[in-house]
Design a protein around this ligand. Structure first.
Ligand SMILES: [Cu+2]
Length: 146
């Protein structure tokens, strides 16, 4: 009997943890939805250059707006600290498949979005059973406009 009870308790705890993870996702995934967009303006050379910093657990800016058909350079880095962070921007519709480790030193990520649309970018890091960085709020939105 004791063994069966323990198994049941274990299941309940597991389900509880999953539900908590889901709640954390719901609470944080829309954080950027109300953020004022950082509107990129092309530099003299016609490139939309945006400084993007990742940290525990945020991106700044978290809402980026760029123009379609104009080259983009994300000048990306991470805040000081032990936690590793990366940047994932994947959208078949926008033709983006970016997965870059973020370092203290700035890294230039180049692409030219061809069509309008939007994609959620995020950090793909996750430590053991802890909620992923994305679920802790480390995400943002890249909006491509005409
Ligand atoms: Cu991260």
């Amino acid at each position: 009997m004791m063994v069966v009870d323990n198994k049941t308790d274990g299941k309940i705890i597991w389900v509880g943890m999953l539900m908590m993870a889901a709640l954390i996702t719901l609470a944080t995934s829309e954080a950027w939805a109300n953020a004022e967009p950082y509107v990129a303006t092309p530099d003299g050379d016609g490139v939309q250059r945006i400084r993007l910093v990742g940290g525990s657990y945020f991106f700044e800016p978290e809402h980026i707006q760029v123009k379609a058909g104009v080259p983009v350079e994300l000048v990306a880095s991470r805040e000081p600290g032990l936690a590793p962070h990366d940047l994932v921007i994947q959208s078949e519709a926008l033709g983006l498949d970016i997965e870059e480790e973020l370092e203290r030193e700035e890294k230039v990520i180049r692409f030219t979005p061809q069509v309008p649309g939007r994609v959620v970018f995020y950090c793909g890091k996750k430590l053991w059973f802890l909620p992923s960085h994305r679920n802790r709020g480390m995400s943002g939105v890249l909006e491509v406009v005409e």
